[in-house]
Design a protein around this ligand. Sequence first.
Ligand code: ATP
Ligand code: ATP
Ligand code: MG
Ligand code: MG
Ligand code: MG
Ligand code: MG
Ligand code: MG
Length: 282
Amino acid sequence: MAGSKYEYVKKFELPDPLLMGTFLVLRIDGHAFHKLSEAHSFNKPNDERALQLMDHAARDVMNEFKDILLAFGESDEYSFLFRKSSALYNRRQAKILTTVTSLFTSSYVYNWSKYLPDQELKYPPSFDGRIVLYPSSKEVRDYFAWRQADTHINNLYNTIFWALVLQGGESTSQAHATLRGTVSSKKHEMLHSRFSINYNSLPARFRKGSILVREKVVPDKTDVQALGAEGATDSPDAVSSGTPGPTSGKPAKKPKVQFTTELLHCDIIGDEFWEQRPYLLA
Ligand code: ATP
Ligand code: ATP
Ligand code: MG
Ligand code: MG
Ligand code: MG
Ligand code: MG
Ligand code: MG
């Protein structure tokens, strides 16, 4: 098809491929959510409904993009880990980043009233986004450890800060001053002695953040028979499980391993989480 004389402008567009064979981490963060949380009377320090809404939007993103194996959320941010071998949109950076960020944003808005039915959304929220490439599993693990450590540091600070304000009667600037220079053990001690709060008994969602992870469903024998040739999979790409098939004479078709997406609030800094799921970093 012959183009128009104007078509040359297309040549000004530059390719923006993401280096192949690297892990992609895409992080979105709410724009000016300090203000948004105030304008919509979020509970302080943690509005659980708002966190659940973030988890819902992240799950919608994972349902759409099967190359995402893991996501981690805290406060107004979510990080998504794409498999190293992802060929999504030919690894075009802008296409991936804008599509994921806008899907997350529209899901956040679309589902707002389910989680905050008493809070009319007063203006359209937005999220920024970035993609960072990591060359090996070490940096990926350290990235997620960095975000979960951040969750802990912020939550400890915010918990004692809002206890000082809401229960201790301090102004916000007084509370900041009270906490200036205090180390972690001092904050734990203040929480306990002044407000009878045992930090470790606070909800895990607040202390550990939200982990959405593809979990393998191990098919039992009856599932193997029922599956037949059609092993529907969620993601990652079908992996042969090696589970023995029905004893019908013919060599059984190996069922494809199925995946579900589970929401956890567990430790991801230590080895256990990753050792149980080696496919996340394959
Ligand atoms: P920026 O646009 O630079 O990201 P921001 O105001 O969004 O600015 P952040 O560092 O991203 O700043 O912090 C987000 C803020 O949103 C938190 O500090 C907190 O005040 C508020 N917030 C987000 N989620 C919640 C929640 N679930 N409950 C209570 N407050 C929240
Ligand atoms: P991609 O994700 O690659 O952009 P796409 O399906 O969105 O794929 P586009 O080239 O962007 O493809 O074209 C958008 C298509 O959406 C149009 O070809 C048309 O079929 C449909 N469309 C968009 N707006 C309208 C509209 N106002 N009325 C009818 N159809 C529309
Ligand atoms: Mg920010
Ligand atoms: Mg923000
Ligand atoms: Mg933030
Ligand atoms: Mg178009
Ligand atoms: Mg289009």
